[in-house]
Design a binder for this molecule. Structure first.
Ligand code: UDP
Ligand code: MG
Length: 313
């Protein structure tokens, strides 16, 4: 049995198309399946559409959040409520082509892999600035963290039960799934495909949200910013000793009076800036720690047709 996890936030236009296309593919595959739609606090008719589908089709399970918790929480809720031997995550907007599913399944059954992940080979249809930043982000995060994150990787992947269980075990509050998939390991086959544009509706991400997501990803999977702060501190202390020695020697050898109000102010402002920057970096980590220690649930399900579902975790 395959479980498909589909996070939906204001996807009233895309869901019927997604449902039709995916059902067709799954029926051709001749295996049992469940479609787990997570309504992430949508303000449009997403929930009523899901309810209607669930009435018509026993394969459809919907989990409806009490508010918008974000895509990461929606995916986690899905993972906590799957029953299949194989689990896949898919976007509702058809940017993750369902037509790839048979091939992914074939690879898992025939070859020695635990998951098949997908990677866009191009970013056609995306604003160039966004693509540029995305590429730089992947370079940076791979440089500073030990979670192996592939450029262009999508959350769309089919995995075996064992791997899905490992994802559920990763119960951190600040979630970054691309990093989590990389961190837990397992043998992964990368399947490249051409970028597909969203079939209907609008993207839920703006540039600012993506920047925040990128920074969160780095902070969640790397201590590099903290190390940089320490190195700044050490090198500044070293440089200041050299300066001190130069000033003392100049005084002893040439009897120079120490001049320079302007340079003093520059140094003070520079040091103040670096100190605030480092404090800010530390603050980011402390804020994350604070959120983790509160142990709040990732999601709250207010409504579902699966009465035994895990409503909070
Ligand atoms: N999504 C969600 N909660 C959110 C934002 C997005 O569940 O707060 C879902 C959305 O419905 C879609 C998927 O996450 O199925 C990917 O979102 P989108 O297509 O807007 O992102 P993009 O493909 O532009 O990166
Ligand atoms: Mg999309």
């Amino acid at each position: 049995m395959i479980s498909l996890i589909v996070p939906c936030y204001n996807e009233e236009e895309a869901i019927p198309l997604f449902y039709a296309a995916t059902t067709e593919v799954l029926q051709e595959m001749k295996c049992d399946y469940e479609l787990i739609f997570i309504n992430d606090g949508s303000s449009d008719h997403t929930l009523s559409i899901l309810k209607r589908l669930a009435e018509q089709d026993r394969h459809v399970i919907y989990l409806s959040f009490s508010r918008n918790f974000g895509k990461e929480a929606a995916m986690y809720a899905g993972f906590c409520n799957t029953h299949g031997d194989y689990v896949a995550v898919m976007d509702a907007d058809m940017q993750d082509p369902p037509s790839l599913l048979p091939e992914m399944m074939h690879i898992l059954e025939e070859q020695d892999y635990d998951s098949v992940a997908t990677r866009r080979v191009n970013r056609a249809g995306e604003p160039p600035v966004r693509s540029w930043f995305a590429r730089k982000f992947y370079k940076l995060i791979n440089f500073v963290s030990d979670a192996d994150i592939v450029d262009g990787a999508r959350d769309f992947r089919l995995m075996k039960r064992e791997m899905a269980d490992a994802v559920v075990e990763m119960s951190e509050y600040n979630r970054f799934s691309k990093g989590i998939f990389g961190w837990i390991g397992f043998r992964t086959y990368w399947l490249p495909f051409e970028n597909v544009e969203r079939i209907a509706g609008k993207t839920k991400w703006n540039f600012l949200k993506l920047c925040k997501y990128a920074i969160d990803g780095i902070i969640n999977f790397s201590e590099a910013p903290l190390n940089i702060a320490s190195w700044f501190g050490c090198s500044m202390t070293g440089i200041s000793f050299v300066f001190l020695a130069v000033i003392i020697l100049r005084k002893i050898l040439f009897g120079d009076p120490v001049a320079g109000w302007a340079s003093t102010i520059c140094v003070i402002i520079f040091m103040g800036g670096i100190q605030l920057f480092c404090l800010g970096v530390m603050g980011q980590y402390i804020a994350k720690t604070y959120l983790e220690t509160k142990k709040r649930p990732h999601f709250i399900i207010s409504e579902s047709n699966d009465h035994s579902c895990c409503r909070m975790k």
